[in-house]
Design a protein around this ligand. Sequence first.
Ligand code: UDP
Length: 254
Amino acid sequence: MKRRRMIYEGKAKILYEGPEPGTLVQYFKDDTTAFDATKRATIEGKGVLNNRISEYLMSQLTAIGVPTHFVRRLNMREQLVKEVEIIPLEVVVRNIAAGSLAKRLGIEEGTVLPRSIIEYYYKKDELHDPWVSEEHITAFGWANPQDLDDIVNLTIRINDFLSGLFLGANIKLVDFKVEFGRLWENDYMRIVLADEISPDSCRLWDVSTNEKLDKDRFRRDLGGVVEAYSEVARRLGIMPESVQSEQKGPVLVK
Ligand code: UDP
């Protein structure tokens, strides 16, 4: 088999050259990192679940008219995406205080915020992804005011839609991170949702018990990471063909 050209390897995903110009293949690894990649682990089956969950969320967002880079899932660990020019920002939306917001501003984790808050972090590993304002973003040209306007409008729609979608699955969308890219179609440029949306990039709590169903299980050594991600998939009604079917073992011959 012809070896594909690797374009980029991140902490949890690899990007390969796609089958046609302007496309890429996004491969979901089982690797996970936290605290600026100082904590690392491999969680068997995580990549399969994130591939499926992200496919589902991106498809649902496409259905309400949010443009995304997602084209289709190719197999258990890979999806075909459109090649975009990534805007170097992590756009975080918060509905309930948790994580760095709770810590930085001394707000008790679990406090429902008076309104949803959008924050920006400059994607730069060497600088540990610093918190930045719209002023920094436009002054340094990472995005112009029109791009930011599109980003904010899309982010608000994504948050409203996903909050409702998760609530229907008995899950609170506490906060999440999204990334956007510029998609060029001839001379025309559109800002589209890129990367992934999964329990790696969202905080998801059970509505009645506040049990964590996301990457905080890894960050805080709570155990049951794959079980929690599977539970999210199950509640969304998209349990994949399965994480199990990827594992080797006796096969029933019919
Ligand atoms: N997040 C992410 N990637 C990052 C940083 C944050 O996906 O590099 C997500 C994180 O999972 C959470 C939200 O963004 O859902 C807000 O994260 P926070 O700023 O509280 O940082 P953390 O506690 O993850 O350090």
